[in-house]
Design a protein around this ligand. Structure first.
Ligand code: XIL
Length: 343
């Protein structure tokens, strides 16, 4: 029994993998990946700063291995991501005019998506282009090209790899204002005749939120547009985040948080009560996913097991976090069993 087997008639079950996992230096993690998951996402290795660090130089070695790993194991292969303001190569920031930027984006997408044409199943074409209120985020792309940069990126991606699914990916897409922004964006692409196949909801969530109702409203709103929903970066932090605390605490610096035991109450092992809470939260979320399985393509966790999670270091460095279904010994947690029990 495994996640991928249990949900095989519902949606894909994915995991993000890091460079060491792509290089298969960690055999336990690799065994777990093959047993439990049928989709992979590259945690960092296809981002612009990694894959196209200088104007005329590309680094494809790790990405090539990543795609080969997915093919060898018959996995759905996600490309993440073609256009994002973050983890962008520094040289791109020196561009000063619209025409040069447009050309640069075109070259980047053509070269990267072109190299893996027919082999990447889904591309996160544009990542995190919206503000929390649903307006377009200030970025180099918006500043130089205006809002058309998004349509432009999707159009080039579709021309480069016509068979790949193309999605718009972002966080906090359960928020009503941001949801409205996505709806507007997808509609405008559709009206221009530009291919978009899905919306990716990142799903970096906590024990406290978002509410099931907000998530559900977004699934329905996106699906009503005729596109599929994917949960692309699921993890549930078991620790308090700065924004979950009261106003005064939020004012404190991250340095203070690092030395505050309240911020790291679970050094190595999750307490029993926290295990139970996490299990319940995952159960509620997967119940919702199953209810809307006709609208959902894929549920991808942002990591295979707790040891590899980026949340050990973000938003506060040095914390021990427990956001995934497998622990530091690659053993399934209570949350794993609560999710499987739904089937
Ligand atoms: C994160 C990685 O997990 C970290 O290793 C890296 O240092 C920063 O980026 N949204 C995204 C992902 O789309 O690419 C981010 O991944 C997490 C937030």
């Amino acid at each position: 029994i495994s996640l991928k087997e249990s949900f095989k008639n519902d949606f894909l079950i994915g995991a993000a993998i890091s460079r060491s996992q792509i290089n298969q230096t960690d055999s336990l993690s690799n065994a777990l990946l093959k047993k439990e998951f049928n989709s992979i996402s590259p945690e960092n290795d296809m981002k612009w700063e990694q894959i196209h660090p200088e104007k005329d130089s590309y680094y494809f070695e790790t990405a090539d291995k990543y795609v080969a790993l997915g093919e060898k194991n018959n996995m759905h292969i996600v490309g993440h991501t073609l256009l994002w303001h973050s983890q962008l190569a520094p040289w791109v920031h020196t561009i000063k005019d619209s025409a040069t930027l447009a050309n640069t984006i075109k070259t980047h997408i053509t070269k990267v998506a072109g190299r893996y044409k027919g082999r990447i199943d889904t591309w996160d074409v544009v990542n995190e282009a919206l503000n929390e209120d649903g307006t377009l985020r200030e970025s180099l792309f918006l500043k130089l090209m205006g809002e058309k940069y998004i349509a432009y990126a999707f159009k080039i991606a579709a021309e480069t790899d016509p068979d790949a699914k193309l999605i718009y990916n972002d966080y906090n897409l359960w928020k009503p204002e941001k949801r409205a922004g996505v709806v507007k964006l997808v509609k405008s692409l559709q009206e221009e005749g530009i291919k978009i196949d899905g919306v990716g909801m990142q799903a970096h969530w906590s024990l406290l939120g978002p509410s099931i109702e907000d998530i559900e409203n977004s699934i329905i709103a996106y699906s009503d547009l005729g596109v599929k929903v994917s949960f692309t970066e699921l993890d549930i932090t078991a620790l308090p985040n700065p924004w979950d605390l009261d106003g005064a605490a939020v004012e404190q610096s991250y340095e203070q948080f690092e030395s505050d035991p309240k911020m790291n109450p679970y050094p190595i092992k999750l307490t029993d009560s926290a295990q139970t809470q996490l299990a319940k939260r995952y159960e509620d979320i997967f119940k919702l996913f199953l209810k809307h399985k006709d609208k959902i393509d894929r549920v991808t966790f942002w990591g295979v097991n707790d040891d590899h999670s980026w949340l050990n270091n973000w938003p506060i460095k040095g914390r021990t976090n427990h956001p995934l279904l497998f622990d530091r010994n690659y053993e399934p947690k209570k949350a794993y069993h609560s999710v499987l029990a739904l089937k």
